[in-house]
Design a protein around this ligand. Structure first.
Ligand code: G1P
Length: 292
């Protein structure tokens, strides 16, 4: 049986980005560039490549630049056209979708990732939906993470999350899966725990910010139960669906950059710039010249 494609993706982008101060005093952290594209645009492009039609940004005060970025910039476009700047015009692709495809919702209080997702409930309605955490830059241009998950979803249905093995020492930073049977990259999920204390993690399989979820998760989130860090955790709500609905983890094939972290963000800039013909050669030469 083929399950109906996912049409809606939710992007929680309300976080303050204090780890990147002072850069994030006036600029949302999701708008910080990786090479020349805002971090959020990578996640949006990934969603569009997976066939997503409707985008929901869960924002907060001070995040207006996100709405501006995904709006029509008539003067800019007219100016570029008049000057024959075709490459620059092409670079704007994916930054302006037709009206109605993007919805912004304010989270109003920083009550956790689960609360952020719950804010999208009226847009999500009764259909399965995706969640993408833009801090996680999952890089595989040939087979983007959400597209691979979407393919798996069409076959399996239920809930599918993207995972990657992390070191034992890092398990306390993530939602960690209790794995069941595995078939290639797909693993049955038997349980999930958010940020387990060091030494207590059920495995090293960590959730890395991509989810395809059934709408029933909203009913669980609506209860508003607080978990790790006193926040309403998406992991806790997902854990309640395990055993009730099919639940699988798909191991991501590609390179993952944790752009919520300064070093991870710098690594993403270097790695992606090295891959490009306009920036790669000069950057490679300079890196080689460094005496580290
Ligand atoms: C969130 C989730 C966690 C997940 C992580 C991936 O945590 O709660 O389950 O493993 O994203 O980046 P955060 O990084 O927001 O604390």
């Amino acid at each position: 049986m083929q399950h109906r494609p996912i049409k809606t993706a939710v992007f929680p982008v309300a976080g303050q980005g204090t780890r990147f101060l002072p850069a994030t005093k006036a600029v949302p952290k999701e708008m910080l560039p990786v090479v020349d594209k805002p971090l959020l645009q990578y996640a949006v492009d990934e969603a569009l490549a997976a066939g997503i039609e409707r985008l929901v940004f869960i924002t907060a005060r001070g995040k207006g630049a996100i709405d501006d970025h995904f709006d029509m910039a008539s003067e800019l476009v007219a100016g570029l056209k008049a000057r024959g700047k075709t490459a620059e015009l092409a670079s704007l692709e994916g930054t302006c979708l037709e009206p109605g495809r993007i919805t912004s919702i304010r989270q109003q209080e920083p009550a956790g990732l689960g609360h952020a997702v719950w804010c999208a409930r009226h847009i999500v309605g009764a259909d399965a939906f995706a969640v993408l955490l833009p801090d996680e830059l999952l890089w595989n241009p040939a087979r983007p993470a959400l597209a691979a998950m979407h393919d798996a979803y069409r076959q399996m249905g239920g809930n599918i999350i993207s995972v990657l093995e992390v070191t034992e020492a890092h398990t306390h930073r993530y939602g960690i899966v209790t794995p069941g049977r595995s078939d290639g990259l797909l693993t049955e999920v038997r349980g999930m725990v958010e940020k387990p204390q060091v030494g207590t993690a059920p495995s090293r399989l960590a959730a890395i910010g991509r989810y395809i979820l059934q709408p029933e998760v909203m009913d669980v989130l609506a209860k508003g139960r607080r978990g790790a860090g006193g926040e309403i955790q998406l992991t806790d709500a997902m854990a309640e669906l395990i055993g009730v609905q099919p639940f699988h983890a798909l191991t991501f094939e590609g390179t993952r950059f944790d752009c919520g972290d300064k070093v991870g963000h710098l690594m993403a800039n270097v790695a992606l710039a090295l891959e490009r013909s306009d920036t790669g050669p000069a950057l490679r030469d300079w890196l080689r010249s460094l005496e580290l």
